[in-house]
Design a binder for this molecule. Structure first.
Ligand code: HEC
Length: 102
């Protein structure tokens, strides 16, 4: 019984948890590399998420990047024209590639 009471008090307590003062959420500007095809990346990838998603993958193969772009289109319904998908893939492989095709 005491255990249940304790659990109830703990869970209710967290509902009223408060933070004193202002909460500042840090703004992180991800540094993305400039280069050929960057315009297409900016136009087609930034509408849903930051460049952090790209940069955090680390150097990857051409196939990896192609699959990621395809995933954005088929899975997340990104409205990316076919010709742009190629430009973006080329850009990603050139700047965030590991030199491997597969
Ligand atoms: C329609 C929205 C949308 C667009 C446009 C979009 N993405 Fe995404 N992307 C997502 C979502 C949703 C996730 C998954 C988020 C999560 O899991 O937290 C994601 C995740 C990612 C990831 C992380 C790895 C993974 O597989 O989840 C990468 C890399 C990525 N996107 C790259 C791109 C690139 C490159 C473009 C431009 C060609 C792009 N995205 C455009 C919605 C989008």
């Amino acid at each position: 019984m005491n255990k249940i009471l304790l659990l109830v008090m703990l869970s209710v307590g967290s509902l009223f948890a408060q933070v004193k003062g202002d909460v500042e959420v840090p703004y992180i500007a991800y540094q993305i590399k400039m280069g050929k095809g960057f315009d297409a990346v900016q136009a087609n990838c930034l509408m849903c998420h930051s460049f952090g998603y790209i940069i955090n993958q680390g150097p990857q193969s051409r196939l990896f990047w192609k699959k990621k772009v395809d995933k954005m289109i088929t899975h997340f319904k990104a409205p990316i024209p076919k010709e742009d998908a190629k430009i973006v893939t080329d850009y990603l492989f050139e700047h965030y590639g590991n030199g491997e095709l597969k």
